[in-house]
Design a protein around this ligand. Structure first.
Ligand SMILES: Cc1cc2nc3c(=O)[nH]c(=O)nc-3n(C[C@H](O)[C@H](O)[C@H](O)COP(=O)(O)OP(=O)(O)OC[C@H]3O[C@@H](n4cnc5c(N)ncnc54)[C@H](O)[C@@H]3O)c2cc1C
Length: 490
């Protein structure tokens, strides 16, 4: 049996003495991208085998909030019922802004045009959505409601360029963590349709010919190395690289300041490395989602963040992930949220947050934090003066969140790196076409190889622009695209 291969080194086709098994479409990883790819490939009539290193399907998606970012086409049923007429062009513009400098226009167009149809597809797979709207600022609904504002839609600079609408759609499950429910439904559907799952099976390497066309994989099955041929294609759906310290250090060192990974432990970048091993381009590898949630409660959005120079650095009504990226960039990773008595609270996700300073005057708080004399007090004085007039000329926070921080006592909640670790997952991955073909740096498709989910660089590719629901939305939608395309390969 071959041993001279790894995720970074394909097994040469010439070295395969015999195939131990064969299928049409071979999927690596049974998370959300893998499940959706399997469903569509089966619907297209292909034989499908899914190889999963864990003892069960689900991946990070099963640990997630179960929230999808969807809109456009005049709105999903939940958006319409709540009175939001979400035009495709506004959805498109928001997604382009959210994609940042490297936004992929073709991918954004494809998603914006088809997201409402995708919502109906998710419902057809058995995922329940109650269809109700929960106003306010939430990380995920704590109720079983569907629709929330889950990004920076209503905040500067997004709201000025694309008409805002709430687009986070959570599956119907009271409390956080509906990811388990969505994965139960998608896994059951894939298996009911006849996809074959192989658990406790780590895919170790691709099998490729001398032109880098992919013909199959090498996997460890029941402790033995086996070769499996894929007649139509291999789809890499093995998640990102959050669990691989070397890759994080190499590609996304800024995320090293976020020592609190959010996934189940198998997102070790093996899918991305397998793609690179046959000549694929990996793009936006430095980008990641990160968060130190500071709401709910929503009252805290009325506070102001300052850095160690005593200066504001963001409009606090932006998405918590965007605010966190700005925090990570502050000198020495130090940031505090200033609040007065009227809005004082502890974030629901961090009830033991460190209260770094308190005082009956802002001067006392400034002194206790050890900041340069006069800087914090100047920042608060300027903010309060403009807030009293309903304006924020510096950072453009929306009027609804503006009020002077004037009621003593005052406090500074610590969002410094050492006090409040951020959680994160990676956004960079293999460059793919909108139908999931893995591309070389020259933009040529690698025959026989597809990718989706966080193994690919998808719709979300800029940490500062991420909105909750974009990863599950992207992974499920483009997982389907890849499954269909692979199954239709001749
Ligand atoms: C706590 C938490 C909350 C989140 N909430 C949301 C949310 O509400 N909305 C949202 O959009 N995103 C959310 N995310 C992010 C989202 O869950 C992931 O980005 C998404 O699941 C990625 O899907 P995937 O299919 O690429 O990877 P995964 O779902 O992680 O699936 C990858 C699978 O591949 C398997 N695998 C890896 N390597 C191999 C190998 N070599 N051989 C065989 N199998 C392998 C893994 O075991 C895993 O099962 C959240 C994440 C977490 C952890």
């Amino acid at each position: 049996m071959p041993i001279n291969c790894s995720p970074s080194r394909p097994l040469a086709l010439d070295d395969v003495e015999r195939w131990d098994a064969e299928t049409d479409v071979l999927i690596v990883g049974f998370g959300i991208a893998g499940a959706c790819a399997a469903i569509e490939a089966r619907n297209t009539g292909a034989r499908v085998d899914v190889f999963e290193v864990a003892a069960a399907a689900g991946g990070s998606a099963a640990l997630s909030g179960g929230e999808f970012y969807l809109g456009g086409s005049g709105g999903t049923p939940a958006q319409r019922a709540a009175g939001f007429d979400d035009a495709t062009e506004d959805f498109f513009k928001y997604l382009m802004m959210a994609g940042g400098p490297g936004a992929d226009e073709a991918r954004v167009r494809c998603y914006a045009d088809n997201a409402v149809a995708h919502f109906h597809w998710l419902v057809e797979q058995g995922i329940p959505f109650k269809g109700t709207y929960l106003p306010g600022k939430w990380l995920e609904p704590l109720t079983d409601d569907t629709l929330i504002w889950s990004g920076s839609e209503a905040a500067w600079p997004f709201a000025q360029q694309a008409k805002p609408a709430p687009r986070g759609h959570a599956a119907q499950l009271p409390g956080w963590g509906a990811g388990k429910l969505i994965m139960e439904k998608l896994i059951a559907r894939a298996l009911d349709l006849g996809a074959t799952a192989h658990f406790n099976t780590r895919v170790l390497a691709l099998v490729a010919d001398r032109h880098d066309a992919v013909h199959g994989i090498v996997a460890r099955i029941d402790g033995e190395l086996r070769t499996v041929r894929a007649r139509k294609g291999v789809i890499l759906c093995a998640g990102g690289f959050i669990c691989n310290d070397d890759m994080v250090r190499t590609y996304a060192p800024q995320a090293l300041g976020c020592p609190n990974p959010t996934t189940g432990g198998n997102d070790d970048g093996s899918g991305i490395r397998m793609g690179i091993s046959v000549g694929a381009a990996a793009i936006h590898m430095d980008q990641f989602f990160a968060t130190r949630p500071f709401f709910p409660p929503e009252s805290l959005v009325k506070g102001i963040f300052i850095n160690e120079a005593g200066q504001r650095f963001i409009n606090e009504d932006a998405y918590h992930g965007r605010v966190t990226h700005y925090m990570l960039r502050q000198p020495n990773g130090r940031a505090w949220l200033l609040v007065d008595e009227e809005i004082f609270a502890r974030p629901v996700t961090n009830p033991n947050i460190d209260i770094a300073a308190t005082g009956d005057t802002w001067l006392e708080v400034e002194h206790e934090l050890g900041l340069p004399k006069g800087e914090l007090t100047h920042t608060v004085e300027s903010y309060n003066r403009h807030a009293a007039a309903g304006a924020d000329p510096i950072w453009h926070k929306a009027k609804a969140f503006l009020r002077p921080l004037a009621k003593a006592p005052f406090a500074a909640l610590s969002f410094c790196a050492q006090d409040y670790p951020a959680t994160f997952f990676t956004l960079g991955g293999l460059w793919t076409s909108t139908d999931g073909q893995v591309l070389t740096p020259a933009g040529e498709a690698i025959p026989g190889l597809f990718a989706a989910g966080r193994t690919a660089c998808g719709l979300p590719r800029w940490g500062e622009g991420y909105s909750s629901g974009m990863s599950l939305g992207d992974s499920s939608f483009f997982g389907r695209q890849a499954g269909r395309r692979a199954a239709l390969t001749g």
